[in-house]
Design a protein around this ligand. Structure first.
Ligand code: C2E
Ligand code: MG
Ligand code: MG
Ligand code: MG
Length: 289
């Protein structure tokens, strides 16, 4: 009897696995058509200077509204896109769309675009960036490219060359999700990063007593300062978290405490009302997300 049960469980398990795999394949197929069907869009979340509550930059975050499954998180579909060259098409579209949208914002507000490692390593990447800049008309210094530590996995020389070309173009580079991936202290020194983004996992709940995260936040801020880089605390949701990361010296804050990602029309409305000041007062005032 127990043997039978065991076999039943096993069958159920493989069926589950098969279902999960075919779900991924189906999603990948749907994602191939998502661009031309107009199901993808960009949302923008402010990076706020906690000293004056002004948005200095907005991070561009991709959104997919699937006709049957509803909104799917980029944490789910970006890894699927990264399995093939699909990520290159999505990435190019995101970069061009974000630059185009930023052109309509005030001149001193920057835009940050996530670039996947696979796209970053393409030999034509700097050319693509230059093309997105010139067709949108925004200055190179207004564009930040966010990369994660995974760009360093593919070999140092190739990556150095791409960093150097992007630096010459005048765009800024930020290290995203710092501390969660491949160890990169040596690379931090040689790559021309302007910004280090402290991952949400070090920020969330960082005020609980006995938590070691405040020590990590202080250490990253000190490291960034020594290297003449700025720090961004990601995923700040609560007032005590905001106070802690500000007190520990984070230059910019990104998180629901200020605002969730917003649609372009909402951003334009805010700018029209001179509302690029986001006050950390209770629940987010806009919920485009
Ligand atoms: P990321 O680049 O680290 O982006 C920050 C993520 O944290 C976003 O999730 C944002 O919505 C979320 N977030 C911001 N504040 C808070 C907060 O206070 N609390 C919580 N719980 N979350 C917060 P999102 O939009 O779901 O994106 C997930 C990841 O997908 C991004 O992480 C990035 O790695 C990737 N991604 C998104 N858009 C793109 C894109 O256009 N290209 C590429 N290559 N990757 C993208
Ligand atoms: Mg990012
Ligand atoms: Mg991040
Ligand atoms: Mg992340």
């Amino acid at each position: 009897r127990s043997k039978e049960d065991g076999r039943g469980v096993f069958r159920f398990y493989t069926a589950e696995l098969r279902a999960a795999a075919s779900f991924g394949v189906q999603l990948e197929e749907d994602l191939r058509d998502a661009l031309e069907k107009g199901e993808l869009s960009m949302a923008y979340q402010p990076l706020v200077d906690p000293l004056d509550n002004r948005a200095k930059c907005f991070e561009a975050l991709m959104r997919w509204d699937h006709p049957q499954r509803g909104r799917i998180s980029p944490a789910a579909f970006i890894p699927i896109a990264e399995r093939s060259d699909l990520i290159l098409h999505l990435g190019e579209w995101a970069l061009r769309q974000a630059c185009k949208d930023a052109e309509q914002w005030p001149d001193d507000v920057r835009v940050a675009v996530n670039v996947s490692a696979r796209q970053f390593m393409q030999a034509n990447m700097p050319k693509l960036v230059a093309s997105a800049l010139s067709s949108s008309g925004i200055k190179a210094s207004r564009l930040t490219l966010e990369v994660t530590e995974s760009v360093f996995i593919g070999g140092v020389e190739a990556v150095d060359e791409i960093f150097a070309r992007l630096d010459r173009l005048g765009v800024r580079l930020a290290m995203d999700d710092f501390g969660t991936g491949y160890s990169s202290l040596g690379y931090l020194k040689r790559a021309p990063f302007k910004k280090i983004k402290i991952d949400q996992s070090f920020v969330r709940g960082c005020t609980e007593s006995g938590d070691t995260n405040p020590a990590i936040i202080s250490a990253v801020v000190a490291l960034a300062r020594a290297l003449k880089m700025e720090t961004v605390a990601e995923g700040v949701e609560a007032m005590d978290e905001l106070e802690l990361v500000t007190q520990r010296g984070a230059n910019l804050v990104q998180g629901y405490i200020y605002s969730p990602p917003l649609e372009q029309h909402k951003i334009l409305e805010n700018f029209a009302k001179a509302e690029w000041i986001f006050k950390p007062d209770g629940p987010p005032r806009h919920r485009a997300d």
